[in-house]
Design a protein around this ligand. Structure first.
Ligand code: NAD
Length: 486
């Protein structure tokens, strides 16, 4: 007999306790091998003055069990409360957000019958690193950080997910025609890892046209992996167009820890009335069962759920007050759970039965892409100056006077567009100027002392330096972009 797996469970707020009770009842009756540690999170904890919404002892439970099944919580009105989801995601290093977006037509109306797309979103990097600065009165900046190791982890996760869930294709969405280095790295790593999975078809789309295609013809996609921002937006779009936001579950996965939940909130107006639909949380729990390798139970629960939907046993949100012709019986939260329990062991007849496949975990197949140490050389510097807008030629000529010590001005850009030398008269400028300096002789290498000397000259000539960016090459290849027009 396999051992029970300890998990941490939080019943949350609003409809949370009801949908969690129904979910746990189904898991138990389906034979899930779990030892449950219950913790308290959310509104009550926030209102006790804990701005994180979670006690230290509860965090310790999560660190101990490494698996967290979470019902939705209510974030109290008013400022000062930190998002529990962001806290948990960062604290536990949950790098992958996985959201299956499935249409359940004809039982739930949708414009896209048969839609079955899984969005795998990178969860930690990109523009969400939270590194923002106001640099001048006119200009704010947010750093978009994409790491090779982060790309490798999420791309590999997407392919592993595809195998484990019997899926046939993984698509990457990114915008490397514009962001050649950051999104370019995401795409490159995808291309490096994809051949390790010859049984899975792979393809790449630029995110704008890919998103349009997803909204129009979701049947063209299977698993889609993307950087954080695109994934944040498109996972909501995908759930919405599937027509089943109330039924979607999601997983947040890290190297050591994982959290599973419904994508909807705590629906306070429906709380305590035995009305809410527990399906979103239940499908989150099914992902948890797969994660802890109880594939047989995951399959039984998922198929019993599909059979219940097919049999027309629906909660109010699906029955639509008698308007859903496929509803045979409108039931409450508890009765819906009981109907699923009664169908454990049965398979759906109209939907395709779900099959989960036991494959070795990601860590076992890790063998990260070989990465020899690269030769890294400094070949110049971009100095960013605060200076009033207008007169790029005058500014360029003044900046050119900083030449010397083996460095010369290559170009000046403003808002990413080259404005000196040979800029266009009509280019709009702001108070944020970038001046690029590189070697003035046949040896392209530059020392950091040369950069410091240049900054000294700039400072004593009255330039206000906002920041600097080193220009590096890696194995002789430029690690920086040219500006438009350079
Ligand atoms: P919501 O998802 O709670 O509700 C939106 C609508 O969907 C409501 O009409 C609600 O009745 C309905 N609904 C949601 N889940 C349902 C279910 N399982 N069965 C039947 N109907 C359901 O979103 P909201 O009203 O914007 O937010 C309510 C609270 O939830 C807020 O405090 C918000 O901060 C919180 N919230 C929490 C999470 C989370 O914990 N992960 C996510 C989103 C919102």
């Amino acid at each position: 007999m396999a051992q029970n797996v300890p998990i941490t469970v939080a019943k949350g707020d609003g409809i949370g306790p009801e949908i969690m009770d129904a979910t746990l009842h189904i898991l138990k009756e389906a034979g899930a091998r779990l030892d449950i540690e219950e913790i308290e999170i959310g509104e009550k904890v926030y209102l006790r003055g804990n701005t994180a919404g979670i006690e230290k002892s509860s965090i310790e439970s999560m660190l101990r069990t490494k698996v967290f099944l979470k019902a939705p919580i209510t974030t109290p009105q008013g400022g000062g409360y930190k998002s529990l989801n962001v806290t948990t995601r960062k604290m536990l290093g949950l790098y992958a957000n996985v959201r299956p977006c499935v249409a359940y037509d004809p039982y739930i109306p949708t414009k896209h019958p048969g839609m079955d797309v899984v969005i795998v979103r990178e969860n930690e990097e990109d523009l969400y690193a939270g590194i923002e600065h106001q640099q001048t009165p006119d200009v704010t900046q947010c750093l978009k950080l994409i790491t090779r190791s982060g790309c490798e982890r999420i791309v590999r996760y997407a392919f592993e997910y595809a195998i484990r869930n019997n899926r046939k294709k993984v698509t990457v969405f990114m915008k490397d025609n514009i962001m050649k280095l950051t999104d370019g790295l995401f795409h490159k790593v995808f291309d490096e890892i994809a051949p390790e999975y010859p049984d899975i078809v792979n393809e790449a789309w630029i995110v704008d046209i890919g998103a349009a295609k997803l909204a129009d013809t979701p049947g063209a996609f299977d698993v889609i992996v993307m950087p954080n921002l695109y994934g944040d937006i498109l996972s909501d779009v995908a759930a919405q167009i599937a027509g089943s936001v109330g039924l979607a579950g999601s997983a947040n996965i890290g190297a050591k820890y994982a959290m599973f939940e419904a994508i909807h909130g705590s629906a306070p107006r429906r709380a305590g009335q035995n009305l809410a639909n527990p399906s979103g949380l239940l499908l989150g729990a099914v992902m948890m069962l797969v994660h802890i390798e109880q594939y047989d139970i995951a399959e039984r629960v998922h198929n019993a759920f599909l059979r219940t939907l097919e049999d027309g046993i629906h909660t109010y949100d699906i029955a639509k007050e008698g308007k859903n012709p496929h509803t045979t019986k409108q039931v409450g939260t508890k009765e819906f759970g009981d109907a699923i329990v009664a169908r454990v062991g049965q398979e759906p007849q109209r939907f395709k039965p779900v099959r989960y496949i036991a494959v070795p975990k990601q860590a076992d197949r890790a063998g990260s892409v070989a990465r020899p140490l690269q030769q890294r050389d400094l070949v110049g510097v971009d100095l960013f100056f605060y200076n009033p807008p207008g007169d790029p030629v005058g500014f360029g000529q003044r900046a050119e006077k900083l030449n010397g010590g083996g460095l010369k001005l290559i170009m000046v850009s403003n808002r990413g567009v080259k404005v000196y030398p040979d800029g266009l008269k009509d280019t709009l400028t702001c108070d944020h100027w970038r001046v690029r300096f590189q070697s003035d002789n046949a040896n392209p290498l530059v020392s950091y002392q040369q950069v410091i000397d240049l900054m000294q000259r700039a400072n004593s000539s009255g330039f206000e330096i906002i920041k600097t960016e080193g220009l590096y090459t890696f194995d002789g290849k430029a690690g920086f972009s040219l500006s438009q027009g350079q």
